[in-house]
Design a protein around this ligand. Structure first.
Ligand code: ATP
Length: 573
């Protein structure tokens, strides 16, 4: 079991222990109606004892009211345990989901919170109540033996039969339910991403195609769920039949025993009652098997997810880097094992501006994503001021590395919050945040355009940062990268949506950053940024095709009319 999950469960231990104690009391009180029945038959009827009946009825009422109260308290405790578990684990799950760089996406991780909610809900559902009642089956069987060995035997046979049916239920539904759950996860996450790009879907006339695609995914999901339900329904019905039949049979056997004078007439009904009670929890578990399987799947997923997350060790707080970058034999693989980057080796001195160029699909974005810590390389080392990137606390490193991805990736919230990387939600001083956000917007050349928006810095952006033009979004993303003056600035095609004026403003902004000694890596398609560039890194087919001072590389290119063979160099002179 993962440590975080163990700690969270330990925090809920009191709730669970109390729920178990309450379950014990509830199960003891279940016997009260049976005792009432026995007493009525054996004491009240033969003696015509009205007062005894009133007293017994009063005890019955007290017993049943107590049982109902304990039942409510038990459910409440489990609900509270669910809330507590959420408070304990939700942050850890979110942190490991969001804090884990991947190479090619996080579909599996997206399901983590949904899985956690499934588990939490299962903890308060009928399945867990059945699980809590199950340990009492032997006690009821024992009581059945006390009534008569024959009734005891009947309850044992019944319990064995229902347990066998539960095992059968597991066998016929396990794979089907797992497949159905996986198909449901895929269908829901695909649908979420289609809805997020709903306007593109409409504009391109893809609505019907997408509807068909999702209907097909839903059909697969429904088929698997139906197969699981049908396979389970036979077993569930058989289990119910066995329970009801044996319960009634207990009445018949009880009658035979009473005729022979082996038990009292009152014990006939008690036999029926006790056999029914002995079988109920197992039968209930069979009926709620789906929830049990889902919870078990969620449990495995969460353990795997949290186990894969980097252990929380307090990394030494390294000083602010000056901006030296060394990349040693870097390799990045796609999820299906295809190499995207290979043998990437180069070094950048503090304060240099390096343009990363190369044909489309060469691996430029992948390289800068690795440098920014957005993905984990499959091999190789990235050093910042000599320290391995992995030895940096990612949160702290992000304060020193400003990254602007190819797509701006803004979020729901105000423009100021986006620029300030939502630091206001970390309880930081709002006045300081305002000052820093405005300062970086000014350097990014975004201040005037933000001022002209109806809401200014407080203008709210929608889902995925909607509400700005592509060029405006890009400037806001640049301001976010520049927030609090990072030592290293990594920009992936920062001018792809800018006009000529925007280009000039970007150049000015880079001059300012360079003047402050910032190291800048810039994926560039246009020549407009060349004046500020010191060195060129040419990437081709995922490898370094050339690296060196700008003029030298440009001279080589124009002399050879082609890119020279890879010649990794330690740095740009
Ligand atoms: N998530 C992914 N899964 C699998 N392959 C990927 C993934 N992302 C990128 N690739 C592959 O990696 C290669 C490099 O992609 P990358 O985006 O780094 O290129 P690029 O040089 O930035 O291209 P462009 O100039 O068009 O932005 C491409 O061939 C692409 O198919």
């Amino acid at each position: 079991m993962n440590d975080a999950i163990r700690t969270a469960l330990e925090a809920c231990r009191r709730h669970f222990t109390t729920a178990i104690v309450f379950s014990a009391l509830v199960n003891l009180l279940f016997i009260v109606p049976m005792l009432y029945m026995l007493q009525v038959y054996e004491r009240v009827v033969p003696t015509r004892g009205n007062t005894t009946l009133y007293m017994l009825t009063l005890f019955l009422l007290i017993g049943l009211v107590t049982m109902a109260a304990l039942d409510v308290l038990r459910s409440r405790l489990l609900v509270r345990a669910g809330v507590r578990l959420d408070a304990q684990l939700a942050r850890t799950i979110l942190e490991s989901t969001l804090g884990r760089p991947t190479q090619t996406g996080q579909r599996g991780a997206l399901q983590a919170m949904r899985e956690f909610d499934t588990l939490r809900q299962a903890m308060t559902g009928p399945a867990i109540l059945a699980v809590l009642d199950a340990p009492w089956v032997p006690v009821y069987v024992l009581v059945a033996f006390l009534i008569s060995p024959w009734i005891g035997l009947l309850s044992v046979v019944g319990a064995v039969l229902v347990i066998l049916l539960a095992i059968r239920n597991e066998q016929v539904t396990r794979t089907r339910l797992q497949d159905a759950n996986a198909a449901a996860g895929l269908a829901y996450s695909d649908f979420e991403s289609t809805v997020a790009a709903g306007d593109v879907v409409r504009a391109l006339g893809m609505r019907d195609a997408m509807v068909n695609s999702h209907l097909s995914q839903r059909a697969t999901m429904m088929r698997l769920q139906t197969e699981a339900s049908l396979a389970s329904s036979g077993v569930t019905a058989t289990s119910k039949f066995v329970r009801q039949f044996l319960q009634s049979l207990a009445l018949g056997v009880g009658a035979l025993l009473a005729i022979d004078g082996l038990i009292s007439p009152g014990a006939i009904f008690a036999s029926m009652f006790i056999v029914g009670r002995a079988l109920a929890p197992i039968d209930q578990m069979v009926g709620n098997w789906r929830q049990i399987v889902q919870a078990r799947g969620a449990w495995t997923t969460l353990n795997t997810l949290l186990d894969q997350s980097a252990p929380e060790i307090a990394l030494t707080q390294l000083p602010r880097p000056q901006g030296k970058i060394e990349v040693e034999d870097l390799h990045v693989m796609s999820e299906d094992g295809q190499p995207i980057l290979q043998n990437i080796t180069f070094a950048v001195q503090p304060g240099q501006v390096i343009a990363i160029v190369g044909p489309s699909g060469a691996g430029k974005s992948t390289l800068v994503r690795a440098l920014a810590g957005a993905l984990i390389p499959s091999h190789g080392v990235i050093r910042l001021d000599g320290a391995d990137q992995r030895n940096w606390d990612p949160q702290r490193l992000a304060e020193h590395v400003g990254y602007m991805p190819q797509e701006p990736a803004l979020f729901r919230g105000s423009i100021k919050e986006n620029i300030a990387r939502f630091r206001n939600r970390m309880g930081e001083d709002p006045a300081q945040i305002d000052t820093d956000a405005i300062a970086s917007a000014q350097i990014a050349g975004a201040h005037d355009l933000i001022q002209r928006l109806p809401g200014g810095y407080d203008q709210q952006l929608g889902l995925n940062g909607r509400g700005l033009s592509a060029g405006q979004s890009q400037r806001v993303a640049l301001a976010r990268a520049l927030f609090r003056g990072p030592s290293i600035l990594i920009l992936d095609e920062p001018n792809s949506n800018l006009d000529a004026d925007g280009d000039q403003e970007l150049l000015q902004c880079l001059h300012q950053a360079k003047a402050r000694g910032t190291t800048i890596l810039l994926v560039a398609h246009r020549m407009s940024m060349m004046p500020i560039v010191d060195g060129l890194l040419i990437i081709q087919d995922g490898k370094v095709a050339a690296y060196g001072p700008k003029d030298e590389i440009l001279r080589q290119i124009s002399a050879q009319k082609s890119v020279p063979a890879p010649t990794p160099q330690p740095g740009v002179a």
